[in-house]
Design a protein around this ligand. Structure first.
Ligand SMILES: O=C1O[C@H](COP(=O)(O)O)[C@@H](O)[C@H](O)[C@H]1O
Length: 232
């Protein structure tokens, strides 16, 4: 399926349109299967969209939520993606959703991986909707270029993988590429001219697969619906 681009005049409009799109996907999943699941990204980009989504009038008690990746830090840490979700998404109507945490008290994601794998196995899969961010290095989820675990995480039969980013702070836990690629609908949520140009480069550069940006590897593998939501 081809990648569909959606561009908006402002970040505020992007946040509201994306929140509406996600809410409709979750409502359709509940209507079809009695339950819905979504995996969202962390970082700085999604907070406004989370707030808009948290107010949507859907049956949140039938929705399971998690993160596509997490920095291996306590939830109270300023860099925690779960903290961002708890503060901005698991509020208002969406407070009724079930949230599966991607971190544990283990010292490292490598030590905690089996526990997170077991937790994620309880989520309805494939995910009905999965939101990806993208870093300035072309990483998505926590699939980082040149991470020692990257190739294994791109070929794994597991749901999650532990990753050591070569430059970015904190070890990570991430959905594996095959887990992401199976989602019914994958949406890339990015802002700014720089990320738009980087995504265009990533999608058009002719390189061997192992040298491609992780965002390209993921999007090439997605068989279902795939979209980019962007605003400057
Ligand atoms: O480290 C991460 O970065 C990406 C991009 O974050 P942003 O701040 O540039 O929006 C994010 O998608 C990912 O979930 C996060 O762990």
């Amino acid at each position: 399926m081809s990648l569909q681009w959606h561009e908006y005049a402002s970040k505020d409009e992007l946040d509201h349109q994306l929140a509406e799109t996600i809410a409709q996907a979750l409502a359709a999943a509940i209507a079809a299967r009695g339950q819905a699941s979504a995996a969202v990204s962390g970082g700085r980009t999604p907070a406004g969209m989370f707030k808009a989504l948290s107010e949507k009038d859907i049956d949140w008690s039938r929705v399971s939520l998690t993160l596509v990746d997490e920095r291996w830090v306590p939830v109270a840490h300023a860099d925690s993606n779960e903290r961002t979700v708890r503060q901005n998404l698991l509020v208002n109507r969406a407070a009724a959703a079930r949230f599966v945490s991607p971190v544990s008290a283990a010292d490292t994601p490598h030590a905690g991986q089996a526990e997170i794998e077991a937790r994620f196995a309880t989520l309805p899969q494939p995910f009905d909707v999965l939101i990806l961010g993208m870093g300035d290095d072309g990483h998505t989820a926590s699939l980082f270029p040149e991470a020692p675990e990257l190739e294994a995480a791109c070929a794994s039969t597991a749901l999650v993988a532990a990753v050591t980013p070569p430059v970015a702070p904190h070890r990570r836990i991430t959905l594996t590429l095959p887990t992401i690629a199976k989602a019914r609908e994958v949406i890339v949520h990015i802002t700014g001219e720089g990320k738009k140009a980087l995504l265009h480069t990533a999608l058009t550069e002719d390189k061997p697969v192992t040298a491609q940006y992780p965002i390209r590897r993921v999007l090439d593998a997605v068989a279902g619906e795939k979209h980019v939501f962007w605003a400057a």
